[in-house]
Design a protein. Structure first.
Length: 225
């Protein structure tokens, strides 16, 4: 596995000119919803409600709005993908594996949460089929699990972008009200990075994509089920 990971990482760096952008996102709305819903959610649906399904759903919405981020490069042709299949990186004791949640555009939070839990469990028990590691169109990885503020991950070829999720934590934030007055409040924030292939995606589009993710998360209004 380490040899294969090494080959793919070197290939990606040699193939794609990597550029990264980082956004700070206020996750307070999502955090409050999750804290309130996580116990009944697990009791009803049989899976834990983590932050990852919210991030995947926000990414899926942004991929619909900016389909070039959901593309790949074939020679000199940009190939737009109809389906939104998001790989979710899972750290294992013996390496890293990226099972794919298929058709994220069709799944709600419950569907995404169930898919992630199932794929992660079977990844750890070595029960994934090869098909479940293929056909991803975008990837989400979470270096923040171990406290990293953010990271700039390497693109999972032949995709053209990957989103890194930093540590979700509370911090003092300056809040400006509708009258223009500033105050300091404790908010739950995360730093999200996007590594993108500059052959296909320009910086303005990458920032617009991430601004869409940020807006979706900060103003979360999607029902859980």
């Amino acid at each position: 596995m380490r040899v294969k990971i090494a080959e793919r990482m070197v290939q990606s760096k040699h193939t794609a000119p990597h550029v990264a952008t980082v956004f700070q996102v206020d996750m307070t709305r999502v955090a409050k919803l999750r804290d309130k819903a996580k116990s009944p959610f697990e009791a009803q649906h049989g899976v834990k409600l983590t932050f990852t399904p919210f991030l995947v759903r926000a990414a899926a919405a942004a991929l619909r709005a900016f389909p070039i981020v959901n593309s790949s490069l074939d020679g000199t042709n940009i190939v737009y993908k109809r389906d939104i299949n998001i790989g979710v990186a899972v750290a294992l004791d013996w390496g890293l594996i990226v099972p794919v949640v298929m058709h994220c555009e069709e799944k709600n939070i419950v569907g995404v949460a169930r898919s992630i839990a199932d794929l992660a469990e079977r990844a750890r028990t070595k029960k994934l089929s090869p098909d479940e590691l293929q056909n991803g169109t975008f990837t989400v990885t979470n270096p923040g699990n171990y406290g990293a503020l953010f990271a700039t991950p390497i693109i999972n070829q032949p995709q053209v972008a990957i989103m890194g999720v930093g540590n979700i934590h509370k911090t003092p934030v300056v809040i400006t009200d509708e009258h223009g007055s500033d105050s300091i409040a404790i908010r739950t924030v995360v730093h999200l990075s996007l590594s993108f292939d500059h052959r296909v995606i320009d910086g303005a589009v990458a920032d617009q994509f991430m601004a869409h993710v940020k807006k979706t998360l900060e103003g979360w209004n999607e029902p859980l089920a």
